[in-house]
Design a binder for this molecule. Structure first.
Ligand code: 5GP
Ligand code: ZN
Length: 112
């Protein structure tokens, strides 16, 4: 998708600190981390948000979820939060589906 930052990270046109790459997913550290560990896991296909991804490519949605566990374990986390912001009102600012994997500090609930 032209002009999509995360598609450009998948293609390598925009650099990122990539921690996991498979044919289905790419995971990289967030540019503006909200916790000691803050990793984004994205599908290699462009889908606007997690809802569209789950509907249009459930296998790739499952791969994203499986990758969140892998990157969390590799970061040494047993307790962490996986967040999919879906829509601007929920805080989504990049419209390529992504999971946030956040941990390494006490996380409040409910989130803001
Ligand atoms: P959202 O607000 O859509 O749920 O999350 C988007 C996330 O992408 C934000 O946490 C933001 O810091 C991160 N982000 C935006 N642009 C870039 C970028 O170019 N590189 C990286 N590594 N993270 C980005
Ligand atoms: Zn994209």
């Amino acid at each position: 998708m032209p002009d999509c930052i995360f598609c450009s990270i998948v293609s390598g046109d925009i650099p990122a600190n990539i921690v996991l790459r498979t044919p289905e997913v790419v995971a990289f550290t967030d540019l503006n981390p909200q916790a000691p560990t803050h990793i984004l896991v994205i599908p290699t296909e462009h889908h606007e948000n997690a809802a569209a991804l789950a509907q249009d490519n459930p296998a790739q949605a499952a791969a994203v979820l499986a990758a969140t566990q892998k990157v969390a374990a590799e970061a040494g986390l047993t307790d962490y939060r996986t967040v999919f912001n879906t829509g601007p009102e929920a805080g989504q600012s990049v419209f390529h589906a992504h999971a946030h994997v956040i941990g390494g500090r006490n996380l409040g609930w409910p989130p803001g």
